[in-house]
Ligand binder design. Structure first.
Ligand SMILES: Nc1nc2c([nH]c(=O)n2[C@H]2C[C@H](O)[C@@H](COP(=O)(O)OP(=O)(O)OP(=O)(O)O)O2)c(=O)[nH]1
Length: 178
């Protein structure tokens, strides 16, 4: 194993100069709520294969984060979220130097028909029993704040699938859906 592989192994998430990182990749997630349930997916391929997550994916060139959130949700499960609202920012640094910035949205209405695709199997999860044990390790640290309606920022250091350190900051209460 090379030295660079362990570049950030002993770095704390609080000590990383996150604002001066030029992220390798930018991605989005979109949480669609209906009553006391939230739309999640079982991801069938790509990064996070086998895990439960919210719909999402990489932002394409020329696209805004909001546009990507709507497109990825439609591509993965057929639903078009209506008026998604930004509700979190996530920052990931991997020990091999890869870094990922995530913008998270929430929506309370949608159009279209839910369907399974080659990328994902959709599932409506009760908000009170999100399957954190089948999700990315950091999710249990920030999704509860999102569910309370608070803006949240997360800073995480990962080695592959293993979370080495985390720093979560909660912000203001977001305006309720209209
Ligand atoms: N909830 C959560 N999502 C994460 C974490 N790490 C991480 O990459 N993701 C999300 C961000 C993206 O939405 C998704 C990665 O998907 P991706 O878009 O890179 O992979 P993909 O192969 O499906 O690519 P694409 O064609 O859909 O763009 O996983 C995490 O720790 N927690």
């Amino acid at each position: 194993m090379s030295e660079t592989h362990h570049l950030y192994e002993h770095t704390s998430a609080k000590d990383v100069q996150w604002e001066s990182l030029s992220f390798t990749e930018r991605a989005v997630l979109c949480f669609v709520f209906e009553g006391e349930r939230v739309l999640l997916i079982h991801k069938k391929r790509g990064l996070g294969k086998g895990k439960i997550n919210a719909p999402g994916g990489r932002i394409e060139p020329g696209e805004t984060a909001l546009e990507a959130a709507v497109r990825e949700t439609q591509e993965e499960v057929g639903l078009i979220p209506i008026q998604p609202q930004e509700c979190a920012r996530l920052h990931f640094l991997f020990t091999d130097g890869y870094s990922l910035h995530g913008t998270v949205f929430r929506a309370f209405s949608y159009k279209g028909t839910l369907r399974e695709t080659e990328e994902a199997t959709p599932l409506w999860s009760p908000v009170s029993s999100i399957p954190y044990d089948r999700m990315w390790e950091d999710d249990k640290l920030w999704i509860p704040h999102l569910l309370e309606g608070r803006y949240v920022e997360g800073f995480f250091i990962f080695d592959g699938d293993t979370m080495l350190d985390a720093h979560v900051v909660t912000g203001t209460l977001l305006p309720p859906p209209r």
